[in-house]
Write a protein that binds this ligand. Structure first.
Ligand code: MLC
Ligand code: AMP
Length: 506
């Protein structure tokens, strides 16, 4: 094997006319056609000067071509850096600069906006539209459909995924070939995926869940994916009869349950429903079983670690738990202050170690040392316990993080923008319970003495700097923020007081 990740995920399908991607219009892309496209892209990237270990950033709509860029990067030994399509030019500028990406691929509609970003970072800009057209396709049309796979080792980097931080500065999580491959192999085995499975894929492909869990698992198993550009209820219901399995964030499940067309009959034939990326309410789990007879299999992971735990395939899938550590993954609960391991049943911070755990944060040795211990245990920032049956329960977070519809939002990033606005003394951003997104963002602002901040102007500033999913759904002016005796802002008091804000219709 010269390039384990490529050989296992992609190379094994070389020349195979088996279905890989089934598109909403009914067209099917075979593994062979997909690989030929990837090979052409790999030639383009090499011609553009990218060498093994260089970074390639991509911010485009979900499409087979976007996925082929991932395959091409792996084949050419280039580090793949997918970016949320919601990011603004100012957010993107940081990622491209920080990663030192040699090439940035964007939607043709954003090229004008992003050319200065690419130029300032010394990156070359290419375009790729949702329909597959653009400058990348033009170049690829002139490239050969075979590419000699670049040799790589398990410890070589395969991808960078940026995760925001509690300090407001995003960190590039460096994922190796072994991180990705070992996790996909474990999941295929544990969740019994085979080439006879058809996965209903409606997740974005710029995050761990849609890219490394869903896609890598199906590439290894050999079966096709019904590849929807995004979650769309009508499409989900129309395509469900052709699928055998689905993976989604809790919002997928609550939205399906809210639709009367989603019945037991519609999904009787399904083999597996997996949920993750955010807490699945026990109530949703129960409702789903009552409606369909299926018990959702909940698992727990993160960008830095891929998947850590899973409920069992055969044993009890218990609501409100994320199951047991995956084979090969060690998990312990420790005291957040001393780092000492706590007995089962006690609540503490969750730490994990295994071949799934990333190599560290790109060019942030101190951050890496803070979260990744010398003995290999990664401090997840999640709080939980191991119950008397060995199941892990997540009870909270030791990090100031909001998860909205499966997207992570670090309040600090929003507070920094709010604090910069005229007339603002300080701000506190919290996540409040939301029926659709699980949690949603609300900003509390305190005016500087004698001033009255302009909420509309603040909204505009937020829109300019931050992706839509991070925007506070409400901005509220308070005379002061609740603080403890040490002067620390008590966000839990804000969360409690305003808990019912979205209980009714939004
Ligand atoms: C979209 N919007 C969101 C949002 N998604 N706002 C907050 N949170 C979100 N998650 C914005 C839209 O831009 C829109 O803005 C408005 O909210 C309503 O949009 P919508 O049409 O209702 O949203 P939709 O496009 O249907 O998207 C919702 C969603 C999507 C839940 C389907 O966000 C999604 O696919 N989430 C999955 C995220 C994911 O893959 N997470 C995995 C991370 S990996 P406007 O302007 O119209 O009001 C990870 C590790 C692990 O965490 O363990 O897996
Ligand atoms: P991310 O940094 O986007 O990869 O998000 C990872 C975080 O999502 C974890 O640290 C958890 O807080 C959360 N998460 C993932 N899966 C679950 C789950 N099944 N239940 C609760 N939280 C989860």
């Amino acid at each position: 094997m010269t390039n384990p990740l490529f050989d296992h995920l992609f190379g094994r399908h070389d020349g195979q006319d088996t279905a890989f991607l089934i598109l909403p219009g009914g067209q099917t892309l075979t593994h062979a056609a997909f690989l030929a496209m990837a090979a052409r892209y790999a030639h383009v990237f090499v011609d553009l000067g990218l060498k093994p270990g260089d970074r390639l950033a991509l911010q485009v709509e979900k499409s087979p071509q976007a996925l082929a860029v991932y395959a091409a990067a792996v084949q050419a030994g280039i580090v793949f850096l997918p970016l949320n399509t919601g990011y603004t030019a100012s957010e993107l500028s940081y990622f491209v600069q920080n990663s030192g990406a040699g090439v940035l691929i964007c939607d043709p509609a954003n090229a004008g906006n992003l050319q200065p970003v690419a130029q300032a970072a010394g990156a070359h800009l290419e375009t790729l539209g949702a329909d597959g057209t653009g400058s990348l396709a033009d170049r690829a049309a002139r490239a050969p459909a075979q590419f000699e796979t670049v040799a790589r080792g398990g410890d070589d980097l395969a991808a960078f995924l940026y995760t925001s931080g509690t300090t407001g500065r995003s960190k590039g999580a460096m994922l190796t070939q072994t991180n990705l491959l070992s996790n996909a192999e474990t999941l295929v085995d544990l969740w019994r995926f085979t080439k006879d499975d058809v996965l209903l894929h409606a997740l974005p492909i710029f995050h761990t869940h849609g890219l490394f869990v869903a896609t890598n698992v199906m590439l290894l198993a050999g079966g096709p994916m019904i590849f929807l550009p995004k979650f769309d209820l009508d499409q989900m219901i129309a395509q469900m009869p052709q699928a055998t399995a689905m993976m989604g964030v809790p919002t997928f499940y609550t939205r399906l349950l809210d639709d009367a067309r989603f019945t037991g009959d519609l999904v009787r034939h399904m083999r597996l429903f997996v949920s993750g990326s955010a807490p699945l309410l026990a109530e949703t789990h129960t409702q789903f079983e009552t409606r369909t007879g299926h018990r959702i299999l909940e698992r727990y992971g993160m960008t830095e670690t891929n998947m850590n735990t899973s409920n069992p395939y055969d044993g009890a899938r218990r609501a409100g738990t994320v199951g047991m550590p995956l084979p090969g993954v060690a998990l312990k609960i420790t005291d957040p202050t001393t780092g000492v391991t706590l007995p089962d049943g006690d609540i503490g911070q969750i730490e994990v170690r295994g071949p799934n755990v990333f190599k560290g944060y790109w060019q942030m040795p101190e951050k890496t040392r803070e979260e990744l211990r010398a003995d290999g245990f990664f401090i997840t920032g999640d709080l939980g316990l191991i119950d008397d049956q060995g199941y892990v329960q997540i009870v909270g977070r030791n990090k100031d993080l909001i998860i909205s519809g499966g997207y992570n939002i670090y309040p600090k990033e929003i507070e920094t923008v709010l604090d910069d606005q005229p007339g603002v003394l300080e701000s506190a951003v919290v996540g409040l319970p939301h029926p659709d997104f699980g949690e949603t963002v609300v900003g509390f602002v305190v005016a500087a003495p004698g001033q009255s901040p302009d909420l509309d102007a603040m909204g505009s500033a937020v829109r300019e700097h931050l992706a839509r999913f991070k925007h506070p759904r409400r901005l509220i002016i308070l005379p002061e923020l609740p603080r403890n005796t040490m002067g620390k802002v008590q966000k839990n008091m804000l969360r409690q007081e305003y808990a019912a804000m979205f209980a009714g219709p939004d």
